[in-house]
Design a protein around this ligand. Structure first.
Ligand code: MN
Length: 247
């Protein structure tokens, strides 16, 4: 039976998961034979395949001080980011999607209101993976290719960083600011809550987190101060350059 592949016990034990579990069963198998592999959303070729496992922080928790404190990163990485993975494990244990990549989960669930719990936790897990790598303790430079694209679209790196700060600061409520490639051109965009640009065909190069948990311990309500300091001192242009090369 198709449903035997979903953990009935878990769905019954966690009532809020019942509808999501039924929806997962349906979307994973559709009308396919019981022994078919789950059909997952198409993941853009430039994206990797991220496991449902919290990756190590790419630097020490105090490496971005004084711009972002070790205390902030301790909570942000150790509590918030970890919780998104823990939530995913609870949601997907015993289902065919327990081994899916974050990218597959995001592409499969982003337009499925009854799977918003899965989407939100998968996308937040992925966005935070990307955020830690978007920051660097040491100064970095754009590649020649990225530099040329920046100059072509924004005029200068300084103008781009101003646009990124302004757009990110203007996000109403929780969300993210992004440098993306949109149909071959660089662009600065913002997304709400867990939304991530690649579900709408935009390839991310860099992100900054503007959820309050990213800055409130250090900056309280002064989101623009967090953004100016972070964007001017800690953006990882090498990471952005590598992402551009993969597109
Ligand atoms: Mn965050």
């Amino acid at each position: 039976m198709l449903n035997s592949l979903i953990s009935r016990r878990r769905l019954i034990a966690t009532g809020t998961l019942a509808s999501a579990g039924a929806a997962l069963s349906k979307l994973a198998f559709g009308a396919a034979p019981a022994d078919a592999k789950p059909t997952l959303g198409t993941v853009p070729a430039y994206l990797g395949s991220s496991p449902q496992t919290l990756p190590p922080l790419p630097y020490a928790e105090n490496a971005l001080e004084p711009v972002i404190s070790a205390r902030t990163i301790g909570f942000h990485y150790g509590k918030h980011h970890r919780a998104y993975f823990d939530n995913l494990h609870k949601l997907l244990a015993g289902t065919p999607l327990a081994q899916a990549s974050l990218e597959q989960l995001i592409m499969q669930t982003h337009d499925q209101p009854n799977l918003s719990d899965v989407f939100n936790n998968a996308a937040q897990a992925w966005n935070h993976n990307f955020y830690w790598n978007s920051l660097s303790p040491v100064a970095t430079q754009p590649s020649e290719k990225l530099q040329a694209a920046i100059v072509r679209k924004f005029g200068s790196v300084e103008a781009l960083t101003k646009a990124l700060v302004a757009t990110s600061a203007s996000q109403f409520g929780s969300g993210w600011g992004w440098l993306v490639v949109d149909q071959g051109e660089l662009a600065v965009v913002k997304t709400s809550n867990a939304e991530t640009p690649f579900t709408r065909g935009l390839a991310p190069l860099l992100t900054v987190d503007v959820w309050e948990h990213a800055y409130y311990l250090d900056y309280q309500n002064r989101r623009p101060d967090y953004l100016v300091a972070t964007v001017s001192q800690h953006l990882n242009w090498a990471f952005a350059s590598a992402n551009l090369d993969r597109i």
